[in-house]
Design a protein around this ligand. Structure first.
Ligand code: NDP
Length: 263
């Protein structure tokens, strides 16, 4: 059996859990693969480096998801629609691109009750996840501190507001889609706005993982169930692994092995 090489490309990339996740799954399932990390400085060299390293597949993280999109020969429909690729697989010399972040998030949020969702933040992750949630029948509103990134959401028919124009309503789920709280204790929106929406929500979700953010701490003071970004990370990894191994294993077969990276 051939030995297949995989990697995560990003900058920075040293913190990534992906090598641990995928190597646990390769080992547990007896698949002859090995997964490493590669700090990619220039996004436009992604394709050249992919082939130089003789890789079978990669995940791509910040800031190269748009460069990964541009490097692909073939894109699945959803990746084409959102313009961001986080998973590439090589087949017969061609690069196939997928976005597994958004379906990973959809799977994570579908474990919670309710379809009316408020996104705090309007960056790349909010963009792809809003589209997949809408397709799955969710009603997504987007609140961002500045107006610039909201235009694209408005074009796609989402309700949008900045902190200045926001009128609080009842949402089932409030989601931190920003990087606020990642490296500091800041909240994703002024506390007065959060105090107006959290008490009425069923649960609060954060895409940040590996720490309890100030946002989730605040949600807990209201007695709300919370979910951090670990499930999204796990599920996007499982879906990427399905692509990497050409659908040899099901989601449920991969999950218990990859989950070990979170213990
Ligand atoms: P982007 O840089 O594309 O967007 C950042 C967003 O956060 C913008 O809307 C920005 O607002 C807002 N923002 C940043 N800082 C603050 C702040 N202090 N207060 C309020 N708003 C702020 O980021 P991404 O979409 O790529 O990533 C967002 C988050 O998702 C990150 O924390 C990342 O770690 C996480 N993530 C988690 C994954 C997982 O598997 N769990 C997968 C992918 C991402 P503005 O437009 O005003 O600048």
């Amino acid at each position: 059996m051939s030995h297949y090489l995989y990697a995560i490309f990003g900058n920075p990339v040293s913190h990534s859990k992906s090598p641990l996740m995928h190597n646990y799954a390769f080992k547990g399932l007896g698949f002859n693969g090995c997964y490493n990390r590669y700090r990619l400085e220039e996004g436009n060299r992604l394709k050249e480096i992919f082939f130089t390293l003789k890789l079978k597949g990669i995940n791509i993280t910040v800031p190269h998801k748009e460069a990964a999109f541009a490097a692909c020969d073939k894109l699945d429909d959803f990746a084409r629609k959102v313009g961001a690729v986080n998973t590439i697989v090589e087949r017969e010399g061609k690069l196939y691109g997928y976005n597994t972040d958004a379906p990973g998030f959809l799977k994570a949020i579908s474990e919670l009750e309710g379809k009316r969702v408020l996104f705090l933040g309007a960056g790349g992750t909010a963009q792809s996840t809003a589209v997949i949630l809408k397709e799955a029948g969710y009603d997504v509103s987007v609140l961002n501190r500045s107006a610039g990134r909201l235009a694209k959401f408005e074009e796609e028919g989402f309700k949008t507001a900045t902190f200045e124009t926001f009128t609080p309503q009842r949402y089932d789920l409030v989601v931190n889609m920003t990087s606020a709280g990642l490296e500091d204790e800041s909240l994703p929106a002024p506390q007065a706005l959060l105090d107006a929406v959290i008490p009425q929500a069923n649960a609060c979700v954060d895409v940040i993982y590996g720490k309890e953010t100030s946002f989730l701490k605040l949600a807990k003071t209201y007695g709300k169930p919370t979910k951090d970004g670990s499930d999204m990370l796990l599920y996007q990894g499982i879906i990427a692994f399905e692509h990497f191994t050409d659908y040899k294993y099901t989601f449920d077969e991969i999950k218990p092995h990859m989950q070990k990276a979170f213990l």
